[in-house]
Write a protein that binds this ligand. Structure first.
Ligand SMILES: *Cc1c(COP(=O)(O)O)cnc(C)c1O
Length: 363
């Protein structure tokens, strides 16, 4: 079986260094809010090119904390792509704000900047861009709109660690007012459990988020805000510092696989993903489309190739969002009916990649 993502193989690559990091933390007797987290925060901020990185418990919390820190008013609106992973939208509704869904561009799967302005109202406070599947959103038009309507730009970077935006040549996490990352094990930079962080160049925002993630307090037992408990463990930070060193290399391996798929898959029933240039896409997922998606998935399964659908149900059709059920979002609906993610990971063998191509072309 060619697994969709073999996490054991992936972490085995760095096994020795990971074991050392875990032992170091265990031996230190200090497990939260310590040196490992500080060290990782500094390195990840440098990597992204931002002034600050504040670690937290997971990617959803990263987004929740950013929105919470801005103190938007109930019923304020945040623009968000309609085809994103549900977590982007949960972070908005969790803060009692209204998610305003905008259709993606079918070629990039990222928010279509030309459809944003018509959705802006006096209540709009921010645009949340999501660098979906690993491709950095093209920010040009979004900057113009944010300036014109005085909107914050919040980045959901959970799928795009290390991607470089085409025009600014900056990394994701450094493209807006604040960005949130997830270190869920399967992400491009993943730990051995849950983890996340926020990146920003705004000193006050960073300070406030740091307090919010620690019950709302800068000084122990003095609470400025009604906060959360959302922290990254020292062990996870130690593991992330190991894996961060190899992130660019790992992303390059993903690119090589993606390029091989894109130049060798030639089945007319399959639509391949596009990328604007080499560095703007880190291929968290390699997402193809087909009108006969379900049939294709069964065929691949029978041929020992595991695939996943990202995502089977669009957010506006989810049971938990009855207030969104009336929306007509044809492009998102089409995407959700047609997409299929092929195996891709830095630990994948050449023979496996070739096998996937062979089986797909024989369909
Ligand atoms: C994974 C993911 C999240 C949430 O991250 P968690 O660490 O699982 O909470 C948010 N947004 C997107 C686009 C994601 O892929």
């Amino acid at each position: 079986m060619i697994k969709f993502l073999d996490l054991f193989e992936l972490n085995q690559t760095y096994r020795k260094e990971i074991d050392e990091a875990i032992s170091r933390v265990l031996d230190s007797g200090w497990y939260l809010l310590g040196k490992e987290v500080q060290n990782f925060e500094k390195k990840f901020a440098d990597f992204c090119g931002t002034k600050h990185c504040v670690a937290c418990a997971n990617g959803l919390d990263g987004l929740r904390l950013i929105i919470k820190a801005y103190d938007f008013k109930e019923n304020d609106e945040i623009i968000v792509p309609a085809n994103t992973y549900i977590a982007s939208i949960l972070a908005i509704s969790d803060n009692a704000l209204k998610p305003v869904l905008v259709e993606p561009d079918i070629n990039t799967y990222n928010i279509n900047p030309d459809l944003i302005e018509e959705k802006i109202t006096p209540n709009t406070k921010a645009i949340m861009v999501v660098h979906l599947y690993g491709q950095a959103v093209d920010m040009g038009k979004i900057y113009t709109l944010a300036q014109k309507y005085k909107l914050k730009i919040i980045e959901d970077c959970a799928q795009a660690h290390g991607a470089i935006e085409l025009y600014t040549q900056k990394r994701v996490g450094n493209l807006g007012d604040a960005g949130a990352f997830s270190f869920y094990p399967g992400k491009n930079l993943g730990c051995l459990g849950d983890g996340g962080c926020i990146t920003t160049n705004d000193d006050n925002l960073a300070q406030k988020i740091r307090a919010l993630a620690n019950y709302g307090s800068h000084i122990k037992y003095q609470n400025l805000y009604k906060g959360l408990n959302s922290r990254l463990d020292e062990i996870q930070a130690g593991v992330l510092s190991v894996k961060l060193k190899y992130l660019d290399e790992d992303n390059q391996k993903r690119r090589e696989i993606a390029n091989f798929y894109r130049t060798h898959i030639n089945n007319p029933k399959i639509i391949l993903p596009q990328s604007q240039d080499d560095k703007s896409h880190v291929w968290h997922l390699f997402v193809i489309r087909s009108k006969q998606r379900d049939e294709l998935q069964k065929y691949l399964e029978k041929n020992q190739i595991q695939t996943i659908i990202h995502y089977p149900i669009p957010p506006h059709k989810q049971e938990c969002y009855p207030e969104l059920h009336h929306l007509n979002l044809h492009i998102s609906e089409q995407i959700h009916e047609e997409v299929l993610s092929l195996p891709i990971s830095p630990a994948m063998q050449d023979t496996q990649v070739k096998k996937v191509v062979e089986i797909l072309n024989a369909w």
